[in-house]
Ligand binder design. Structure first.
Ligand code: THU
Length: 169
């Protein structure tokens, strides 16, 4: 979808931020380790600045990931989960991810796999946009809630003590 046809206000993201996010996920593809599939995936997360941060430019608030495969095929990891794990160890918290960008080398718009949707759901609000880019940098956008309807998330889990107490007696 051409960016000028998009109402970015609904995603609470500026054209400059989206441009930076798109550039970063496309660039992140180059970091992919994918000797088995040759299917490069780049991911980028637009993050809320951490409170101690003094450099609040969009450029500094983007964390990237790429897929990392393994000779034992199922052990490989997707780009989206690498990006989220990286952000978490850098100190970002649930709710800090404002938008996600994903890019591949194909003509179509590759959407996050089921496991990645659930992984993202832990950290994203349901209205957080996920921009899915094709090889040329064109994209389609869906929210977390659209990609994973009726999802199971941390908000669904009651405190374990409460569950224990409700079972006792
Ligand atoms: N892959 C991702 O990185 N993200 C997705 O959402 C779909 C699949 C990777 C996993 C594997 O390295 C390659 O793409 C082919 O499945």
């Amino acid at each position: 979808m051409p960016v000028e046809e998009l109402n970015l206000d609904q995603y609470r993201i500026t054209a400059q931020e989206l441009q930076a996010l798109s550039a970063k996920c496309l660039e992140a593809r180059e970091r992919a380790y994918c000797p088995y599939s040759q299917f490069r995936v780049g991911a980028a997360l637009l993050l809320r600045p951490q409170s101690e941060s003094t450099t609040a430019t969009a450029e500094h608030n983007i964390v990237i990931g790429a897929n990392v495969e393994n000779a034992a095929y199922p052990v490989g990891t997707c780009a989206e989960r690498v990006a989220v794990g990286t952000a978490v160890v850098q100190g970002y918290k649930r709710g800090d991810i404002r938008a996600v960008g994903v890019a591949t080398d194909i003509e179509g718009y590759c959407s996050p796999c089921g496991m990645c949707r659930q992984f993202l759901r832990e950290f994203l609000d349901l209205d957080t946009p996920i921009f899915m880019h094709n090889k040329d940098g064109n994209f389609q956008v869906k929210t977390m809630g659209e990609l994973l309807p009726m999802s199971f998330g941390p908000d669904v889990l009651p405190p374990p003590e409460e569950l224990l107490a409700s079972r006792a007696g």
